[in-house]
Design a protein around this ligand. Structure first.
Ligand SMILES: *Cc1c(COP(=O)(O)O)cnc(C)c1O
Length: 378
């Protein structure tokens, strides 16, 4: 997760914009930075041949040991994993049905999803569902979804129930996830949870009883781009059966699978208490420095769904226009600094410091301070 000389030299070699990314595991900025062990392992993989099924089997064993699932598979990313998981629910292991997708030919193809989970994370999540030939049934409203809403939607022939767990994308956080999983499974409908950025909470999500949990390995695990499918033996078998159908376009690369193995080794060697303390130190320092600026309120915000780290909330007492102007100034600077912008309307920016070094945090805080001072003195 640290700066590497390689990163600097690529920016100068190709004349690319140098960045400080305080916006979290954000796709338009390249998501995460891998460690030297992950980068080296992926580089070795690029120079070798493998029996790809052997790599998938090894990843399944390692991911199962890591997360407590029965079986696992790697695919290109979570967007791909959603499509392939829906395909698995529609076609199963029936070779003809697999080959026919996205034409579903009389098979149950409805996917139930809470309306507030139909988010846009760069594109509409329902596009991932529809790509497999499925139709979407939205339960509840954008603002709320009760267990009764889910049950009503499930009371028609369906292929799958998809639920989302996300720190900032969903429009409400109070869905009874465990209840929804039980409601679907008692009706014989498999449940898939998109927990793309929840890699530190996989056992919690598997504990809901879902058939599969989907995780982006390139987010906090910081591997090359890869979508992890963690679930039951039967689900993973149906999932992998799609590789000879629409899954071909979603395949994981050898360097991605090897990078995932290396990232898992590092995660398992990590001391979670020490890691948390290291994250907290950066947050406490940034809050203290920013809170000392007149006109700014800084606070530490726990993750709303329980990932084990905090973000820094920086509220500008002058309101939304000031927050917007500061975010704009930061982006235009050198290095270009990106922050989380989903609370601009409340006059606030949020800073995620997980991927940043202490020096970068210092640079970030100084840049916010001077952008704010320039604005306030106008
Ligand atoms: C990041 C994210 C995705 C997309 O994941 P990719 O692996 O980048 O395709 C999907 N859903 C949620 C909730 C996410 O946070």
């Amino acid at each position: 997760m640290n700066d590497s000389p390689a990163q600097e030299s690529l920016h100068s070699r190709y004349g690319l914009t140098p960045l400080i990314n305080a916006a979290g595991s954000f796709t338009p900025l390249g998501v995460s930075r891998s460690s030297a062990h992950v980068a080296h392992s992926a580089a070795l993989a690029l120079q070798s041949f493998f029996v790809m099924n052997e790599l998938q089997a090894l990843a399944s064993d390692r991911l199962s040991a890591f997360s407590g699932c029965e079986a696992a598979a790697v695919t290109h990313c979570v967007s791909a994993a959603i499509t392939q998981a829906v395909a698995a629910c529609i076609a199963g292991t029936d070779a003809e049905a697999v080959a026919n997708l996205p034409e579903t030919k009389g098979r149950a193809n409805a996917v139930v999803i809470p309306a507030g989970h139909c988010v846009n994370y760069g594109h509409p999540l329902v596009t991932d569902i529809r790509l497999a030939g499925a139709t979407v049934i939205q339960a509840g409203t954008r603002e709320a979804c009760s267990l009764r809403n889910i049950e009503q939607a499930l009371d028609q022939p369906g292929a799958c129930c998809l639920l989302l767990v996300s720190s900032r994308l969903t429009t409400f956080q109070d869905l009874d996830t465990r209840g929804a999983v039980t409601a679907a499974r008692t009706r014989g409908i498999p449940v898939v949870i998109d927990g793309a950025a929840q890699d530190m909470r996989i056992p919690d999500l598997l504990g809901t009883g879902a058939d599969a949990v989907l995780v982006s390995a390139h987010k906090y695990l910081a591997s090359p781009t890869a979508g992890l499918v963690l679930g039951t033996q039967a689900f993973v078998e149906r999932f992998r059966a799609q590789e000879t159908g629409i899954g071909r376009a979603m395949k994981p690369s050898k360097e991605a699978i090897v990078g995932v193995l290396a990232a898992l080794e590092e995660r398992q060697a990590m001391d979670p208490v020490a890691w948390r303390q290291q994250q907290d130190r950066k947050v406490v320092k940034a809050v203290a420095l920013l809170g000392a600026c007149t006109g700014i309120q800084a606070s530490a915000e726990p993750d709303p769904v329980g990932m084990p780290f905090q973000r820094v909330r920086v509220r500008f007492l002058k309101g939304a226009a000031a927050a917007r102007a500061v975010a704009q100034t930061l982006k235009a600077g050198n290095p270009s600094i990106w922050v989380m912008e989903h609370q601009l309307d409340q006059g606030a920016i949020l800073l995620e410091l997980v991927a940043l070094s202490e020096e970068e945090v210092q640079q970030l805080v100084e840049a916010i301070g001077s952008a704010w001072t320039a604005l306030a003195s106008r």
